[in-house]
Design a protein around this ligand. Sequence first.
Ligand SMILES: Nc1ncnc2c1ncn2[C@@H]1O[C@H](COP(=O)(O)OP(=O)(O)OP(=O)(O)O)[C@@H](O)[C@H]1O
Ligand SMILES: [Mg+2]
Length: 336
Amino acid sequence: MAERETVLEVDSLVRYFPIRTGLLQRHSGDVRALDGVSFTLGRGETLGIVGESGCGKSTLARTVVGLDKPTSGSVRYRGTDVHRASGSALRKLRRRVQIVLQDPYTSLNPRKTVRDLLTEPFEIHRDVLPGPKRLPRVKELMDLVGLNPDHLDRYPFQFSGGQRQRIGIARALALEPEVVVCDEPVSALDVSVQAQVVNLLRRLQRELGLSYLFIAHDLSVVRHISDRVAVMYLGKAVELGDRRDVYDRPGHPYTRALLEAVPIPEPDGRDTRRRTLLSGDPPSPVDPPSGCRFRTRCPKAQSLCAETEPLLRIGSAPASEVACHFPEGIPSSRGT
Ligand SMILES: Nc1ncnc2c1ncn2[C@@H]1O[C@H](COP(=O)(O)OP(=O)(O)OP(=O)(O)O)[C@@H](O)[C@H]1O
Ligand SMILES: [Mg+2]
């Protein structure tokens, strides 16, 4: 495959949330929500990001689109630093990098109609489209995401969960973005509706040439939409590689454990899931384990793992990187 043009560069991104305690609100520690994450996103590409609750996915999403500031590190959209841009460069960036949130129930103002919700982006970026052209564009957007343009004056509560997420997607697309960060866009939806929304996102990607960061806590959700996958654990990427390699030849014991936790449907309805290696919750991001953060739950951990932090390096599959001292070398038996 030809080398893709890079649209987004995330470099050593760190976001700590200071903890303040006592009357004097002394700084007593930090929640290390993101602790040095780097990757690039190519034009038209989907990078899936997975990891358990609290590993920093939403913090990453918010920081990438500029809703949150990093403690250190940088995010660049086509060379422009998202957190240092100002003036017209910032305005352009705000248009071109958008976010779709998990919960269409809370992210849409319940007192506004679809017409209002979809017109809003043009009121914030007034120069994009003159007033008389906005209504036709709003109808076009509704049509694009599979909503009936006749329902323009309905309120969010009059739509189903899946339709509400379509409104959220239409809003994100209003200003013709190039990068869309999808933070668990289907996690709040019924399983039967999830595939429809994922398919919609895939179609929109093809038609509009979008690049996606697609976040989920479950590897099965990102499987069919991702070109590459990054697996996060406690604020770090522990594996990053081509989708096939990550699923078929997981290099990190954590990735393997996540994959083994995904049920394999059998014709007789049995759940043939192998006993997951993952027990309990991840440790606190306030005081992560020394060395490898996964070592406290890892079946392969040895003394080296407590002493030295493993860095991302080329794994068993040449196209993937793994942060593990003892990466898996044996191909997984799961197949595609
Ligand atoms: N504004 C904040 N102030 C303090 N701590 C925060 C803040 N936002 C997030 N955190 C903490 O940072 C860590 C990462 O949170 P984040 O929401 O990014 O995780 P997540 O992977 O999106 O989790 P989930 O799957 O539950 O959505 C958590 O420990 C969380 O409690
Ligand atoms: Mg989240």
